[in-house]
Design a protein around this ligand. Sequence first.
Ligand SMILES: Cc1cc2nc3c(=O)[nH]c(=O)nc-3n(C[C@H](O)[C@H](O)[C@H](O)COP(=O)(O)OP(=O)(O)OC[C@H]3O[C@@H](n4cnc5c(N)ncnc54)[C@H](O)[C@@H]3O)c2cc1C
Length: 387
Amino acid sequence: MVASVESMTDEESMVLDSVDRFLERDVKPYARALEHADEWPEEIVEKMKELGLFGATIGQDYGGLGLNATTYTKIVEKVARVWMSVSGIFNSHLIMAAALEKYGTEEQKQHWLPRFATGELRGGIALTEPDCGTDLQAIRTRAERQDDHYVVNGAKTWISNSVRGNILAVLTKTDPKAEPRHKGMSLFLIEKGDGFIVQKKLEKLGYKGIDSGEFTLEDCIVPHDNLIGGVEGQGLQHILGGLALGRINVAARGVGVARAAFEDSLAYSQVRKTFGKPICEHQAIALKLADMATRVEAARHLTEAAAKAYDTDERVDLEAGMAKLAATEAAMENAQEAMRIHGAYGYSKEFDIERYYRDAPLLCIGEGTNELQRIIIAKQLVKKYPA
Ligand SMILES: Cc1cc2nc3c(=O)[nH]c(=O)nc-3n(C[C@H](O)[C@H](O)[C@H](O)COP(=O)(O)OP(=O)(O)OC[C@H]3O[C@@H](n4cnc5c(N)ncnc54)[C@H](O)[C@@H]3O)c2cc1C
């Protein structure tokens, strides 16, 4: 079930090999205990810095590895297969970096990207607020211009990397009365400091280890230079540009979790015996295994197609939406089937199945819920095939 390495450069193959070694040596042996303790994986993060993962998709001119989305999704799948939370630590960070690299001024890119690439500055994207997530144009966080700076006030919640990270791309309203509403939205890079108050780390069903937090901005002074692109009113467009990569990476995480559930089940079903034979020889279980493997392959193909389209600079709303929808639903279904195949052991904390079962639903919510993906897909279809 390993992704094809054909047509990869030597450098990309080397990166994938070092990711494999890192996962085997530094993540696998510790994942279960760290996850159950909901402990932020400090040593793993340090190793990720050494590997260059915080700069995986950042251009080489800015100190990153400059990997394309196709190679990047292979990395994400591998990481999520071992411990999905770890992929969230660099994925959200790279969405922030992608928005900056696509839409920032040259000066902004030179200033921030090299420090994003090393992980010296680490963070993610702060869009969601206590009373809105899907309807992003309803946000209330306000950035008011005063001389050469902005004063930002508001509250953000469910923000990955907001407790342990030190910088976030924060979506704000610079003109709350603008019509259409998105024309009044702007995206800022905000470093932690005065007026940036972390309120709490949130308790979750799964996706443990990574810090999901709530913070407020209280008369937080942000220099004008931190406005991505330097022009107000383009924030939604900027973050949606970053989220294209985000959706592809969530799809890859879905492939990773779906694959983990399938591979563990395939192995277990060959050693667990009932009625004198391994359970994989009972047709009811065999059918599940076939469906699970098919879901993994289908999800991976859609994810690879979306990544390839992204790499050719096409708009990928349709491809990324389909990949995200299919792969994350595959993760949900495979996690549930793995639970059934493992019987009581699926319910045990001594196995990883219960973790896949708790982690998979997040993938259907994050980077735009799957209901929203269906809406995006349908809109794109009507646009592409007018009657
Ligand atoms: C662990 C975790 C980590 C997260 N990390 C981040 C992060 O780093 N940064 C960030 O900004 N956010 C983050 N989020 C928030 C996430 O992006 C939002 O939860 C998500 O966008 C959905 O928003 P909501 O929860 O407000 O649900 P709502 O928008 O209130 O939606 C509730 C339900 O209504 C459905 N719905 C909404 N509108 C429509 C419609 N028009 N048609 C049909 N159905 C609709 C939704 O699909 C959903 O089923 C995270 C969430 C979690 C759980």
